[in-house]
Unconditional design. Sequence first.
Length: 198
Amino acid sequence: MASILTSLGRTVLAGFILLLIIIFALGGFAGNGWTLFTFRWLHVTSGVMWIGLLWYFNFVQIPSMPKIPDEQKPAISKVIAPAALFWFRWAALATVVTGLLVAIISGYAHQAFTLQPAFRAIGLGMWIALIMAFNVWFIIWPNQKRALGIVAVEPDVKAKSARVAMLTSRINTVLSIPMLFLMSAQSHNQGWFVAIIT
């Protein structure tokens, strides 16, 4: 067991094997809804990674940086942050792509994007998620590359880039709260909420 858990790759593979065992124990891949379910599961899984890393940056890493001695900060800026940002930006893209596929397969993409009454909650959630993903790829990541020294810039540009990345990350944290609520409310078809937005 230790040989599995000491390798991230083997740990993730073990999770998928366990998932397959559970699926087959529950009766296997019966019915024709597996495509939609698979994309929905991938959407939720990538979303957990995306928002989990967003909240890690904002609740843990950013507030902890001033407490870390200067000689130890390169461990964060040269090793941990670049790795976290890699998973962060690709999880954002995977969340958006799988979410769009779920909406297309389910047949409500147009209604959601045009904010039609029955799909207004999910539509608002989708628009917010798209804004957040844009922020990740086109504001946070380019500024983080400069702030972390991945791209060489002058010290004043580096400091300004770090601030822009942090503030945009905070904007995404603000947006994540209503986005998660809207996604949950629509998927659980809460009558009181649907009545409010229609």
